[in-house]
Write a protein that binds this ligand. Structure first.
Ligand code: ADP
Ligand code: ZN
Ligand code: ZN
Length: 753
C-alpha cells in the first residue's frame, strides 16, 4: 500500500488498433489484485473493455476513471514475457494490446456486453454481463470405501462399478459413464449405501487421452549428426544465446538431433520449445516426442478446441510441462527457463501470420531465444536464402547433415520437358512409371499445387472467363459439388451450361486441379487405391491424420495432393514421386518465386525413397531450363543459392535490403487510391524531415488488386539498414491520418511481395 491516500494508477493496454496505452485509477478494494499481468475490465468510451495491466504508474495528474473489475486472481504473463510482447509490438508496429491478446489462448478472452433487463418495477435497465471465457473444467471422481461389504441386493451395473472401484484407487465419472454406462442414479445409490466417496477437482482436457505411446530410446548417431549434437551441447553449456542453422537434406536425421539436444537441455533443468509449420500435417513428430520423453509435453495447434488450448496453456503456466510443441502461435507459450528453441522446416511460409498482428514466428524465435539466452536451431533441407546467407556471414552456427541416414541414396530424379504436351496431365514416362511402381507394390505421391477440378472456365466464342466478383481471381471448378469456387473468399456459383455473357455452348474448362488429376488417375489405374490430400479432403478435425494414416497403413497406393504432401512426412513405402506441374509458383509476382519453387520441388522430392527401397522422382515442367528447377533436380542447394543470391544483390532485395509493405484497403477504389497517395505523401515528407535514405516505391495497385470485395493498394519501403527503416516507419505512424473508410496494414519483413 502506498502511504498517501492517492489511488493506485495502472497502465492498461487494450486490444484495439490504438498505439497508446491508458491510465486508470484502481479503487482501494481492488488495489491488492491489480498487478502487472492481470486483466481488468475498464470503461472505454461508452462501453467496457478487457485490458491488460502492463505496469503500475507512480503518479498521474489527470482525473482518471476507475477500473470496474480485476478479472484474474493471478498474472497471465510475467515481466519477461511482457518485455518480449513489447519488443514484438514495437518491431512490427502493432498495438501492444493486440499483441498480448494474440499471445494468450483464445479460451481465456472474456468480453463484456450490455444487456437490456427488465427490473421489478417494469423499467428497462442495462446490465453488464461477461461472455465467453472457457473457464476450467471440473470433474467428479469416485473412490471405493473398502471396509464395507458389498450388499447382496446390489446387482447389475451398480455392482460392477463398485467392484471395479475396489480394483483401482479412483475413477472419473466420465470414465465410469463410458466404460460401464453409469448414470447419475447409479452414483446416487452407491453414495447412499456408503460404498463410495465422491470428490470434485479440476481436470485438463487432453487431446491425446486416447493414444498410447510406445517407448523408444535414442538412436546411435552417425558422424554428421554427432558433430552437430556436440556443437549444440557445447553451446547449451555456454549459457548464452546461440543460434544455429541445421541444414540437413530430407531424411538426414534432423529430428533425431533435435530430440537428443532437447534431452540434454532437460537434464540441465531447462525447457524446450519446438515450432513446426502445422501440427495437423506432422502427427508423426508429436508421436516421436511423446515416445521419447516421459516429461510433460504440451501440444498447441489450431485443431484444438478453445478449452483444450486453454488447458494446455495452463499446464505450461504452472510449470507442469518441459516441452511445448506447436505451430506459429506456440512461440508465445508461457514457458519459463527456455534452454532451447527448435524451428523445424524454418523455410515454411506458414510461420508468418498474414493478417492482423503480422509477425514471423521464425524471426521472433531468435528474439525470444536471445532474451532467454537459449540455443535456437533453425532446421531445414532447403533453408531460406536469408538464413543461409546469415550462416555464411557467421551470424548463425552452421551445422550440416549432407547425407541421408543409413546411407540411403537420394532418389534418382528425371526432368521431363512438358512443352508441347499442354493438354495432357501425364507424359507417357510418368504414366508408365506409376504403372511399374504399382505393380511392384510401391506407393506413389503425385503433386500439383492447385486444388479443385479445373482452374477456370473460358468461352471459346467471346473469351469470357468466370471470375470472382469480390476478388481479382478466376473461379475454380469443383466437379463433385458442380460449382465454381473462389479460393480467396469462398464465393461460388453453380456450373453454367452456357456462357453467361453470350449464351454460347462452346465453353471449356482449362487448367487442372487435384480433383481432376484424381479422376484421371482412377480412369488410368482402376485397380489402384487412390487418395487425395488437399484443403477440400482434409477439412474437419483429424482430416489430415486420416489421409496420412492411409498412407502409413498401406491402404493407399497413389496419393494426389497439394503442398500438404510436401511437408516433412516420413513414409518409407513411398518409392515414386511425380510432380505433375512444377512451374505454377514460378509465375507468381513475388521476388521469392524462384526460391519458393526450389523449396517446394526439393521438399516433394524428399518424400521418395525414405525406406529400404530406393526412390524415384519424375518432374514434369514447362520451364525445364529454369535454374530453380535444374538445381532442385540435381539436389544442388549451393548451386541454387549462388545464382539466387547474385540476383538478389543485383536487384537489391533481401538479404541485402530490409522491406516493409503498407497495404491500403477499402470498398471504394477511388478512396483507397486517394488514401494511398496521401500516405505516400506523408512518407516522403517524413523521409525529408529525417534525411532518410529509405526507398519509397509506389503506391501501386496490389498484385491481387481486390480480395473479398476490398480494393488494395500497396507501398513498398526498402532500406539497406533495418534501424533506418524503423525510424521512418515509427515517425510516419505517429503522423499519418486516414479517412475511416480506408484501412492501412503495416507488414514488416513481408513474405508475400
Ligand atoms: P529429417 O528430419 O532430416 O527428414 P528424420 O529425423 O525424420 O529426418 O530421420 C529419417 C529417418 O531416419 C527416421 O525414421 C529416423 O528414425 C531415422 N534415423 C535418424 N537418425 C538415425 C540414425 N542415426 N540411425 C538410424 N536411423 C536414423
Ligand atoms: Zn461467351
Ligand atoms: Zn472471391
Amino acid at each position: 500500500m502506498t502511504e498517501s491516500n492517492s489511488p493506485l494508477i495502472i497502465d492498461v493496454a487494450v486490444p484495439l488498433r490504438l498505439y497508446t496505452t491508458f491510465h486508470y485509477a484502481v479503487p482501494p478494494e481492488l488495489a491488492p489484485l491489480a498487478t502487472t499481468g492481470v486483466r481488468v475490465l475498464v470503461p472505454f468510451g461508452r462501453r467496457k473493455l478487457t485490458g491488460y495491466v502492463i505496469g503500475i504508474v507512480a503518479e498521474s495528474e489527470e482525473e482518471l476513471k476507475p477500473i470496474s473489475a480485476v478479472l484474474d486472481p493471478e498474472p497471465l504473463f510475467t515481466s519477461e514475457e511482457l518485455e518480449f510482447f513489447r519488443w514484438s509490438a514495437s518491431y512490427y508496429l502493432h498495438p501492444l494490446g493486440e499483441v498480448i491478446k494474440t499471445a494468450l489462448p483464445a479460451g481465456i478472452n472474456v468480453e463484456s456486453r450490455k444487456r437490456q433487463v427488465c427490473s421489478a418495477d417494469g423499467m428497462e435497465t442495462e446490465e453488464e454481463v461477461l461472455i465467453g471465457g472457457k473457464g476450467v473444467k471440473r470433474e467428479t471422481f469416485y473412490r471405493a470405501v473398502p471396509s464395507l461389504e458389498l450388499p447382496a441386493n446390489l446387482r447389475g451395473k451398480g455392482l460392477r462399478i463398485a467392484e471395479f472401484l475396489r480394483t483401482i484407487s479412483e475413477a472419473a465419472a466420465g470414465q465410469l459413464r463410458r466404460e460401464f454406462g453409469a448414470t447419475p442414479a447409479h452414483f446416487r445409490r452407491l453414495l447412499e449405501l456408503g460404498l463410495v466417496e465422491a470428490s470434485e477437482r479440476e481436470v485438463y482436457r487432453d487431446p491425446f487421452r486416447e493414444e498410447v505411446f510406445a517407448h523408444d530410446t535414442p538412436l546411435v548417431l552417425n558422424d554428421s549428426q554427432s558433430e552437430a549434437l556436440e556443437r549444440i551441447i557445447a553451446a547449451t553449456d555456454g549459457r548464452a544465446f546461440a543460434p544455429f542453422l541445421l541444414h540437413g537434406v530430407t531424411g538426414s536425421g534432423k529430428t533425431e538431433v533435435y530430440l537428443q539436444s532437447i534431452a540434454h537441455v532437460l537434464d540441465a533443468g531447462k525447457t524446450a520449445l519446438v515450432l513446426v509449420p502445422e501440427i495437423a500435417l506432422t502427427p508423426q513428430l508429436v508421436k516421436r516426442f511423446k515416445s521419447r520423453f516421459t516429461c510433460g509435453i504440451a501440444v498447441l495447434h489450431s485443431g484444438l478446441s478453445d478449452g483444450e488450448r486453454y488447458d494446455e496453456w495452463r499446464r505450461i503456466r504452472r510449470k507442469e510441462v518441459s516441452i511445448v510443441i506447436g505451430a506459429r502461435s506456440a512461440l508465445f507459450a508461457p514457458l519459463s527457463a527456455i534452454g532451447i528453441i527448435v524451428v523445424d522446416e524454418e523455410h515454411e511460409a506458414s510461420y508468418k501470420q498474414s493478417e492482423g498482428f503480422r509477425y514471423n514466428a521464425r524471426d521472433l524465435a531468435l528474439v525470444r531465444g536471445k532474451m532467454s539466452k537459449a540455443v535456437v536451431i533453425l532446421g531445414s533441407a532447403t533453408p531460406l536464402l536469408t538464413t543461409y546467407h546469415a550462416a555464411q556471414e557467421g551470424k548463425l552456427g552452421y551445422l550440416h547433415l549432407p547425407h541421408r541416414v543409413r546411407n540411403l541414396p537420394m532418389p534418382a530424379t528425371e526432368l521431363l520437358d512438358a512443352r508441347g504436351h499442354k493438354g495432357d496431365t501425364f507424359l507417357p514416362q510418368l504414366t508408365s512409371a506409376i504403372a511399374k511402381n504399382l505393380a511392384a507394390g510401391g506407393q506413389t505421391l503425385l503433386f500439383l499445387n492447385r486444388r479443385g477440378f479445373a482452374t477456370y472456365l473460358v468461352c471459346q466464342d467471346c473469351g469470357h472467363v468466370l471470375r470472382c466478383p469480390n476478388c481479382s481471381v478466376t473461379l475454380t471448378y469443383h466437379r463433385r459439388r458442380e460449382r465454381h469456387f473462389c479460393h480467396y473468399c469462398d464465393y461460388s456459383i453453380p456450373a453454367p451450361s452456357v456462357c453467361p455473357e453470350c449464351d454460347s455452348q462452346a465453353i471449356g474448362l482449362l487448367g487442372r486441379g487435384t480433383e481432376r488429376v484424381e479422376e484421371e488417375v482412377r480412369e488410368l489405374f482402376p485397380l489402384a487405391r487412390v487418395g487425395r490430400m488437399d484443403r477440400d479432403t482434409t477439412s474437419g478435425r483429424g482430416g489430415h491424420a486420416r489421409v496420412l494414416k492411409g498412407l502409413e497403413d498401406g491402404t493407399i497406393d497413389i496419393l494426389i495432393g497439394t503442398q500438404m504432401i510436401a511437408k516433412g512426412h516420413d513414409f518409407p513405402g513411398v518409392t515414386l514421386v511425380g510432380v505433375v506441374s512444377a512451374d505454377a509458383t514460378l509465375n507468381i509476382p513475388d521476388f521469392r518465386s524462384s526460391e519458393r519453387t526450389f523449396q517446394l520441388i526439393s521438399q516433394v522430392m524428399g518424400r521418395a525413397g525414405r525406406g529400404d527401397a530406393p526412390g524415384k522422382v519424375l518432374i514434369q515442367s514447362l520451364a525445364p531450363d529454369h535454374y530453380a528447377i535444374t538445381h532442385a533436380v540435381a539436389h544442388d542447394f549451393e548451386g541454387f543459392y549462388a545464382e539466387e543470391i547474385s540476383f538478389r544483390r543485383e536487384v537489391g532485395y533481401p538479404p541485402f535490403t530490409h522491406l516493409a509493405a503498407l497495404t491500403l484497403s477499402g470498398n471504394s477504389v477511388a478512396e483507397v487510391e486517394k488514401g494511398a497517395e496521401a500516405v505516400a505523401g506523408v512518407l516522403h515528407s517524413t523521409k525529408r524531415e529525417l534525411k532518410s535514405r529509405v526507398e519509397i516505391l509506389g503506391p501501386v495497385s496490389a498484385p491481387l488488386g481486390k480480395i473479398r470485395g476490398r480494393y488494395r493498394w500497396q507501398i513498398l519501403l526498402k532500406s539497406t539498414g533495418r534501424a533506418e527503416l524503423h525510424r521512418l516507419l515509427a515517425r510516419f505512424k505517429a503522423g499519418v491520418k486516414l479517412p475511416a473508410v480506408v484501412r492501412m496494414a503495416v507488414d514488416v519483413d513481408p513474405v508475400d511481395m
